[in-house]
Design a protein around this ligand. Structure first.
Ligand code: GUN
Ligand code: FE
Length: 445
């Protein structure tokens, strides 16, 4: 297959932006990037895609998503984190059955793909995690996912499992799904957050990842002031200090949020090479706060982006996260900080690095997987200057999911000409309505 775009934003080591060049794909990988050559193209009877008005970028990588929450968009607005969980999200997630999980996951995957995201780290669901894995496999997404672990729950006591069954179940799930779909699916051990997990669960799930090379540890941390006050009351430590004291943070740990973090904890993030997943829309909407991302970046701490879940955002498009992540820091740190190119990299190569997938995805280079998106930057009034540097600005500051034209994963089209090839949107919307209606009847509040 050959793709001939207007330009290629490579995000390679030199951040090259290529013009008049094509990308050749074979067996799901990029095998050649070279100057356009009509003679060469003629050898191809089919499989030559001419997108001469479109910009080719690496597929986006999101490092904190809750696919199972997608049905709950608009049903939990204008609350702070602990109320949001107690009054809405835990009761809703508790009411899931297999069909509602499946529909939520399909809705989420479709939205992610239509907005250019090809890789995600998902927080999972307490029950029916196998449904998420099966659908991720079916979709062809590149994903790290795992059962959301809860063995304590003062906020909504019905919504939990016990420590032993949680640990037994995740071992089986990891054995079944880790490194499946030719390595595209990996296991991510996912204790929900300190307030819903015993120390044993946090520690043993962390240790379990050593049995599954390439798996990750993924949790929420330091998101909300009331949350960290409760962590302090229980453990007499700040959130990240506590994680460090029980030995559950290392370079395979992804911590979502990291807003209320003191200097000592920032040093612990650096020392342990922890990966921070920044979720600016969610952080603002839940009124949680603004993470000091410029500080993390200046210290060389890994930062990547996530939309979190549909009921705290309320979108899954990484375009919102890139734009907001830049804008919210400017009044605090000055307008020269968090430039468009930095943000674009957080949403691509830095996400790949955070997940230890940088040799496979996150940039457009020979040998990497053909996880790619094509953007139409001419749909708005932007892109007139057409300079190399304006490309990042066009994407980060003035584009949206509407700019996404086509998306492929490992050389397979998932979105073509703005249409999902995976799901029928109308059918999906109809099914979502039906499943939500049934779920709301099952909710116990
Ligand atoms: N902390 C524990 N669970 C959640 C969740 O579902 N979303 C967010 N934003 N924070 C959490
Ligand atoms: Fe979250």
């Amino acid at each position: 297959m050959i793709i001939i775009p207007k330009n290629i934003v490579t995000v390679d080591g030199k951040d090259r932006i290529l013009k008049n060049q094509f990308v050749e794909i074979e067996n799901g990988k990029i095998i050649r990037i070279a100057k356009n050559d009509e003679k060469y193209f003629k050898k191809y009877a089919s499989g030559v895609y001419r997108f001469e008005n479109l910009t080719l970028i690496p597929g986006f990588v999101q490092t904190h998503i809750h696919l199972c929450q997608t049905l709950f968009r608009g049903l939990a607005d204008d609350l702070e984190l602990l109320d949001w969980l107690q009054l809405r999200i835990f009761p809703y997630e508790n009411a899931h059955n297999k069909n509602s999980v499946l529909t939520a996951v399909r809705l989420g995957i479709n939205e992610l793909l239509l907005s250019g995201t090809t890789t995600l780290l998902d927080m999972g669901t307490l029950r029916y995690q196998e449904v998420i894995f099966e659908e991720l496999q079916n979709s062809g997404m590149c994903a790290i996912a795992g059962k959301c672990l809860i063995d304590e729950n003062d906020l909504f006591p019905e919504f939990k499992s016990n420590t032993k069954s949680e640990l037994d179940e995740i071992y089986q799930l990891a054995k079944t799904y880790h490194n499946t779909s030719k390595g595209k699916i990996k296991y991510g051990f996912a204790p929900r957050f300190v307030l819903s997990c015993s120390e044993k669960l946090l520690k043993e799930s962390f240790e379990m990842k050593n049995d599954f090379v390439g798996s990750l540890y993924h949790t929420h941390s330091s998101e909300n002031k009331n949350e960290i006050a409760e962590v302090k009351r229980r453990h007499n430590k700040e959130n990240i200090e506590y994680f460090d004291s029980i030995g559950v943070i290392d370079d395979h740990s992804v911590l979502a949020h990291c807003i209320h973090v003191n200097d000592k904890e920032t040093d612990l993030l650096k020392k342990n090479d922890v990966r921070v997943s920044h979720c600016p829309s969610s952080n603002l909407k839940l009124g949680s706060g603004i993470a000091n991302i410029p500080k993390y970046l200046s210290k060389g701490i890994s930062v990547s982006l996530g939309a979190d879940g549909a009921p705290c955002n309320n979108n899954l498009s990484v375009f919102n996260e890139m734009r907001l992540a830049a804008l919210i820091q400017k009044p605090i740190h000055g307008p020269t900080k968090m430039d468009a190119k930095t943000l674009f990299k957080l949403a691509t190569i830095e996400g790949a690095k955070a997940l230890h997938l940088k040799n496979e995805i996150g940039s457009i280079e020979v040998g990497k997987k053909a996880d790619l998106a094509l953007l139409d930057l001419s749909t708005n009034a932007h892109s007139i200057s057409d300079s190399d540097e304006s490309v990042y600005s066009d994407i980060v500051y003035s584009s949206s999911s509407d700019s996404v034209h086509s998306v492929m994963i490992e050389g397979e089209w998932k979105v073509l000409n703005k249409k999902s090839l995976l799901y029928d949107q109308q059918e999906l919307n109809q099914k979502s309505k039906e499943e939500l209606k049934k779920l709301l009847k099952r909710v116990k509040i």
